[in-house]
Write a protein of this length. Structure first.
Lengths: 290, 413
């Protein structure tokens, strides 16, 4: 019996309350999702307005157009930005995933000393306000600039985004490893596999779902990041979020809605991937003993 | 006495075990080290560097060495004598030649507004003057005959200073070295901290009020249905922050969707469209929607572990449905409520992007002021001090979160 279904003996107060409750929940879900959905039809607006025109409401085909998408395709700055965003996010994801996965392997070992302290420090980039992180990195890059040029370079942005992405990898991989049966690695070793083989043949396939979700989180974090980019990047490293930021602050054009719609599609794909992985991981863990 | 146990090769068993343990521990630490070193150099050290900026003050000591040396013995009771003015003239001329005078003037101006032109103007003239200087300086700018000017220079002489932290809480040193409130027109930071706290509390409470019912619904529906509804919570979580902020602008601006709907349905007149965004209220609305998933997910995972039989037991013992819910179910959700509230509050208190884009005048938060001093006014010392105070608050909350919830239980979807 599900708890929110109405029992047969419910009185009128409970019946009213029950439907009121469902109505409230619907409103909250609407509050969560409506702002995202409303952007999609508006991005096909033929007029440069941010609201539904009369013609749009009457579903007049004339009122809809792809002009803002064409604008997005034709403007060089958007093309450069999207290339930069993907490049930076890709590099930061590779770095964050590698470092984060290795660290998670160590952190989930029972022998790890000061586990809580290390975990706390390694997760902290997720908790510390972005402005503080960005300011710190800005000062740091300024002091080391004479030796390694980091301010206004791709390397600088990638390293900063790696910092922001690693906590997600550490969290997801340690979570996957918490259900990991360590007798499997011992069994592998006993059967003659060296540690590298054990890692790639036994550990990796089992924690892969966690690693991939961590990597996707790291990717999204970098792909969506604007504060650090504003502080340490130059115009050369223009990214999609920075271009949107500038667009919203200065002259908001409907092209931003087209970009937003494209980004929503990307997040739907990412969400679907993570959900599939999560279910696979749960299935796998259900199979392993313990 | 029992005989000591040994391994095959004759080592005491205890020692052999200890060394095996040690090598395991070293292996675990070695795995964590690469990330730790990386985080240390590109995160922890930079933040320490920023905190150092908040107390570091090399500029005046470096570029006005003579004046600083003379002022060391100054008691602050009367305008210093010719010796100090001569040192000042020398320093200003040198600083002007090395093109550092602008920095010095700016630094002094942060402390006492108006000093910039006093410094740059006097520096321009000082090169042409012959001693004695005192009269000429005071003739050029009357500020040189005031104690406050000299007190400012003396106050900024030490290379380690607390003036930034004092400024961050609307305080300053008076001429005689006492800590006092600054002029009422300049008092902004304490109010801003309070407003940041207040807005974060409002956002957290709103998230709890909105998040509790839907978390309960998600937890009590059969998995098949709740998975579908869960997507409605997770999709915003995965959607770009800028996209969501943009959508709130589109929805709430005066020519936006919500106002249009209200005009069409006749709730309001076309002339009296409501300003819903670019103010504190718009920021709170947008931040609540953006942070709501962080409340729902911990609540959901706690509610999922509460057996439904608890409620049935309470009801069968005679409790009314509502009473059973309030006395039995709600107390069991408290760990989730605590985790969600702390997480939302921690994230809200340092929020930057959304207030910057939709905050208008009265919706700005402390992060926006830090960014302003970092990028516009270039008062990095003050930015670092404001950041330091914010950081201490966040670290305390983070520590609390770790104590109560445990960071390893942080849920991400």
């Amino acid at each position: 019996m599900s708890q929110i279904s109405l029992p047969d003996h419910a009185g009128p107060v409970e019946t009213i309350w029950h439907y009121l409750y469902i109505f409230i929940c619907c409103l909250v879900f609407l509050f969560l999702i409506a702002p995202i959905l409303v952007i999609i039809p508006l991005s096909f607006n033929a007029e440069p307005y941010f609201t539904f025109t009369k013609q749009m409401m009457s579903l007049d085909p004339e009122a809809f157009s792809m002009r803002w998408y064409q604008d997005f395709m034709n403007k060089e700055i958007w093309q450069v930005s999207i290339g930069n965003s993907f490049f930076i996010a890709f590099c930061a994801t590779i770095l964050a995933t590698t470092l984060g996965t290795i660290a998670a392997l160590g952190l989930s070992r029972a022998e790890m000393p000061y586990k809580g302290l290390f975990m706390g420090l390694l997760i902290s980039p997720m908790i510390v306000p972005l402005v503080i992180t960005a300011a710190g990195i800005f000062f740091f890059y300024a002091t080391v600039n004479d030796y390694i040029p980091l301010t206004g370079t791709y390397l600088g942005v990638i390293l900063a985004h790696t910092v922001l992405g690693t906590p997600f990898v550490v969290i997801t991989v340690t979570a996957t490893l918490s259900g990991f049966d360590h007798s499997l690695t011992r069994a592998g070793a006993m059967l003659g596999a060296d540690p590298t083989t054990v890692f790639f043949k036994i550990i990796m396939p089992l924690i892969l779902p966690g690693v991939i979700s961590g990597a996707l989180f790291a990717f999204v974090t970098s792909f969506d990041e604007v504060v650090v980019v504003l502080f340490v990047a130059s115009v050369e490293q223009q990214t999609i979020p920075r271009q949107m930021w500038a667009g919203i602050r200065e002259s908001i054009s409907p092209t931003i809605l087209a970009v937003a719609t494209i980004l929503i599609c990307i997040s739907v794909v990412l969400l679907a991937t993570v959900e599939l992985l999560r279910r696979r991981s749960e299935r796998l863990r259900g199979m392993s003993p313990g | 006495m029992s005989e000591q146990l040994t391994t095959v090769d004759g080592r005491p068993l205890k020692a052999a075990l200890a060394s095996a343990e040690r090598s395991k521990r070293i292996r675990a630490v070695l795995l964590v080290m690469p990330l730790f070193i990386f985080i240390f150099f590109s995160f922890l050290y930079p933040i320490a560097l920023m905190l150092y900026r908040s107390v570091e003050n090399p500029l005046i000591a470096q570029h006005m060495p003579e004046t600083v040396a003379v002022l060391e013995d100054w008691d602050g009771n009367e305008v210093p004598g010719e010796e100090a003015f001569a040192a000042l003239a020398k320093d200003l001329v040198v600083a002007r030649e090395s093109r550092e005078i602008g920095k010095v003037a700016t630094r002094l101006n942060f402390e006492t507004p108006g000093l910039r032109s006093v410094i740059t103007g006097s520096a321009r003239s000082a090169g042409k003057w012959e001693p004695p200087y005192k009269e000429k300086f005071i003739d050029r700018r009357k500020e040189w005959g005031e104690l406050a000017t000299w007190a400012t220079i003396k106050r900024l002489s030490p290379t380690i200073t607390s003036v930034n932290y004092l400024a961050a809480v609307d305080r300053q040193y008076s001429v005689d070295g006492e800590i006092q409130m600054i002029g009422e027109d300049y008092q902004i930071y304490v109010d801003l901290f309070l407003r940041t706290l207040w807005m974060s509390v409002v956002v957290t409470v709103s998230c709890l009020i909105l998040g509790f019912p839907i978390a309960y619904m998600l937890a009590s529906l059969p998995l098949r249905h709740s998975n579908l509804l869960m997507i409605l919570v997770l999709l915003p979580f995965w959607t770009s922050l800028l996209v969501r902020t943009t959508s709130w602008i589109v929805l709430l601006q005066t020519q936006g969707v919500l106002n249009d709907i209200m005009v069409w349905t006749g709730i309001i007149d076309d002339a009296q469209r409501i300003q819903l965004i670019f103010n504190a209220q718009g920021t709170v609305i947008a931040m609540t929607q953006i942070l709501l998933p962080f409340m729902v997910l911990p609540l959901y995972s706690v509610m999922k572990t509460i057996p439904p039989s608890y409620l049935r037991a309470a009801e069968s013992l005679g409790a009314h449905r509502f009473l059973a819910f309030w006395r039995i179910y709600v107390p069991n959700t408290l760990p989730g409520v605590g985790a969600g509230c702390l997480l939302v509050f921690i994230l809200a208190i340092g929020y930057y992007i959304t207030p910057a884009l939709v905050g208008g005048q009265d919706g700005q938060m402390i992060s926006n002021m830090i960014a302003f001093h970092m990028q516009k006014s270039l008062n990095w010392g003050l930015a670092a001090a404001l950041g330091g105070i914010l950081l201490v608050g966040v670290i305390i909350l983070y520590w609390l979160y770790n104590k109560l919830v445990g960071i390893d239980r942080l849920k991400l979807g």
